[in-house]
Design a protein. Structure first.
Length: 244
């Protein structure tokens, strides 16, 4: 249940030290998502190490949100029947009047604002004044930019790598589809291998009894069993295994 953050960078750098410059690289990734900026740092680290080599992301279970952004920045994604990606629309954390933290989709703030403004225009009632008074212009601006940031991230890396042989508008279409809240409705919506292929991503779909898939799945299950809590992070390469 841990999210991608700046805490992931030092151990990630350590395990990449074991990868020779210009090597092909497979990244086995399981994450609920997290910080888009740190996800981009991870992509840059992998891409700099790979150089002209091939970069694949293997998703045995879930690579959601910012994890999906890392996956689509690869040359291809390896998936099986249990694998899932997710929408890339950003989430915004705010503090409620009770002092509690609450995370909501950025698009929901903008949609809620539009509903309030439309209702106020149609019927200027004093009941809307408290709602309009609570609107934070900075938050609204942040939500708009966060949505733009996520989509531009996807478009940039898709055009440069996974969809580099496709027409330029293809990367833009795929990035928008992954960021489309109206299409997915939920940030946790499942994008399985077949959905990912239909969206336009380059996916290697391995059948359940394929020897390679079985090897990936055993490795993933061993990793999960080795973790002592749901808040643990595991980074493993050929010569180092780090648990935080």
């Amino acid at each position: 249940m841990t999210s991608i953050s700046a805490n992931d960078i030092p151990p990630f750098v350590d395990i990449l030290h074991d990868v020779a410059q210009g090597s092909d690289l497979d990244l086995l990734l399981h994450t609920p998502g997290g910080d888009v900026d740190q996800a981009e740092r991870i992509v840059f680290l992998c891409r700099k190490r790979v150089g002209a080599g091939a970069f694949r992301v293997v998703v045995p279970d879930s690579a959601k949100s910012a994890g999906t952004l890392i996956a689509i920045a690869a040359d291809s994604i390896v998936m099986g029947d249990p694998s899932e990606l997710g929408p890339i629309d950003p989430q915004v954390t705010i503090t409620t009047a009770n002092g509690e933290s609450m995370t909501r989709p950025a698009q929901s703030f903008l949609d809620g604002l539009r509903e309030i403004v439309d209702a106020a225009e149609n019927e200027l009632s004093a009941a809307y004044f408290p709602l309009l008074d609570k609107l934070d212009p900075a938050l609204i601006d942040f939500c708009r930019k966060a949505l733009m940031r996520s989509e531009r991230f996807a478009e940039k890396f898709l055009a440069k790598h996974m969809l580099k042989d496709e027409p330029p508008e293809k990367a833009k279409q795929v990035a928008h589809a992954l960021n489309d809240v109206e299409k997915h409705l939920s940030h946790g919506a499942v994008i399985d291998a077949e959905d990912a292929i239909r969206t336009g991503l380059r996916v290697e779909l391995l059948p359940p009894h394929h020897d390679l898939w079985q090897a990936y799945w055993r490795l993933y299950c061993d990793m999960r069993l080795s973790l002592t809590s749901g808040s643990s992070r595991l980074y493993e390469g050929r010569t180092a295994s780090l648990t935080l």
